[in-house]
Write a protein that binds this ligand. Sequence first.
Ligand code: SF4
Length: 461
Amino acid sequence: MRLPQEFRFPEESRKKRVTGSRIYGFLKCEHSIVLDLLGDPSKKLEPSEGLALLMRRGVEHEERIVAELGYETVEEEDFEAAAARTLALMREGAPGISQGVLRRGPFLGIPDLLRREEGESVFGDYHYIVGDIKSSHRPRSDQALQVSFYSMMLAELQGRDPEKGYLVLREGNEEEVPVRLLQPVVLEVLEEMEALLAKGVSGSSPHRSFACLDCGWRAVCAERGGVSWIPGLSRTGRELLREGGFGELGELEALAPEVLVERVGLGWGQALRAVAGARVARMGVPLRLRRPRLAELRRPYAGMVALQDGFDRRFPVFGSRREEGEPRFFVARTPEEERGAFEEFLGSLRGASGLVHDGAFRHLFFAFATRWPDLADRLMQLEARSLDVLGVARGAYQFPGPVRRAYEAERMFRGEVGEAEPAPEVAALLAAGDFEGMKGLAGKELEGCMAVLRRMMEEGP
Ligand code: SF4
């Protein structure tokens, strides 16, 4: 399969190139690509401090891997000169190339790595395959698609379709990508992108999700409002509502959910969320949709929190608190101290039959059971006693916005829906060695978990 000969950009498009990151971004949020190319750039917000830090760490991770490989790096800044240099290196048979530039018409690819492999191509008895360096611990489909897109460009250059590509992940491990299998998906994404751009900004709609919390276009999308901005609705649900003429919140909130099930074909859960979401947008406080599932919670219970720096899979602070007690914190200043701090934390939970948390423990159960198999039994017992109180609240209530932390949920219950002061990121606090700041954050989240639980219990059946 080949990339199309052309890609039609609207006249007003600020850039007229399809890059790997556009493909990647399109899969995350189609509307963000429309805004990137056709929106007003002065309205785009700067990345938060936490996000900027994560991006910097991603670049450092990439530089470390490239330095270890010792590949030739293409440094020319001008794309044409860089593409010519990449081609020259491939003709010379360089064992590996980093930051090579691949160009074909409107398509531009800058894969992190090109690696020489055996097997004929126009260059001789060898060819190249594409590798990309990522900071995630596990491979994702959007990353694989980016590698497949680069591989399609490479195929035309070397006269051979590479059989595979690869991702280098956070721990330096390599994951193979079946690039040929993904080619139809790349073509489909390009087709959809072209069609959506042709409709302009007004023809594309936001889709509110957790991704919006860190997106520079969130103010622009919030201004647009309507069904696009009701949290918890699926893409299809929003489309069905718009097509059925229920795109405005005023009309939607007056409806009975049954009407949406019958007239628009929404499932019952989505219909309930659509109507409640429209009401919540006006009222500004969460609305209960169904009885929270708290039956599994055993008493006496305790709250527990584990702060995680997802980049390095580190858990620097654990916290626990009994129903009527004071919070206790267990700090691991280095990765080596993590096991000791965790065991002390486990000790602090003795006597509590039920445990409530904000969902972060799901990552911990998996990470620690893999790291310390001898703890697997105790982790399973912990999991069996625990309840994700934030997950229960998300299922039982319609919130005015996406909720990542329990104290954010509690804030919304109190009717504070304006822009919250951004919470300091664990990664940023850890980089600064600010363990007091982390204890403060853990304490706030513990209080949030307990408060959300109390609220759900008090509201009764
Ligand atoms: S704010 Fe959300 S919907 Fe809007 S562009 Fe960003 S990710 Fe997409």
